[in-house]
Design a protein around this ligand. Structure first.
Ligand SMILES: [Zn+2]
Length: 201
């Protein structure tokens, strides 16, 4: 059988073609007709979309940060709150999304604030579990600038739970990763949590 129920553009990569073929198979599997007008371009469109949603696999982490690390004489906590993120859970390939809060205490080096959002995005745009996303952000920052400590808190809503009506006390999941002083010093940890509990401006 050589029937091709979907079309990809000639410029589509081999990876995109594989994804498009798989999406067409899903459409057939759920009882749809991939050839009908509304779905005709869906496999190719989904294939392109996965390229965006999983772009983090192809981001060069060194290039991402290497021009944005600065030497400073500052040893107070740096906190970036409310970084929006969108990811895909690796168990269902459905979105989970929410906010990340990232803090560190410098040890002679700081990193540009916008880069912290980019780091979150790099790890979010992959198939993930929220716990690993949280730890990867913290570990990466720790390695990049060798701070006295790192604290990361991620709050996420998981569509695989919400859409399917999975019974949970709270649909929002909170994970944290605490390194160095954030782990060993209760005052640092308390300062971090206090910042996070403050209402928005
Ligand atoms: Zn899931």
């Amino acid at each position: 059988m050589t029937e091709e129920p979907f079309e990809t553009s000639p410029s589509a990569s081999a990876a995109q073609q594989r994804i498009a073929a798989a999406v067409a198979a899903i459409l057939t599997g759920i009882g749809e007709q991939p050839e009908r007008e509304g779905l005709r371009d869906t496999p190719a469109r989904v294939a392109r979309m996965y390229g965006e949603l999983t772009a983090g696999y192809h981001t060069d982490p060194v290039a991402l940060i290497n021009d944005a690390i600065f030497t400073v004489d500052y040893d107070q906590m740096v906190l970036v709150r409310d970084i929006d993120f969108f990811s895909l859970c690796e168990h269902h390939m459905l979105p989970f999304f929410g906010r990340a809060h990232v803090a560190y205490v410098p040890n002679g080096k700081v990193i540009g604030l916008s880069k912290i959002s980019r780091i979150v995005e790099m790890f979010a745009r992959r198939l993930q579990v929220q716990e690993r996303l949280t730890v990867q952000i913290a570990d990466f920052l720790a390695e990049a600038i060798g701070p006295k400590g790192v604290g990361v808190v991620v709050e996420g809503t998981h569509l695989c739970s919400v859409m399917r009506g999975v019974k949970q006390a709270n649909a929002r999941m909170v994970t944290s990763a605490l390194l160095g002083r954030f782990k060993s010093d209760p005052r640092t940890r308390a300062e971090f949590m206090d910042h996070l509990s403050r209402p928005h401006d």
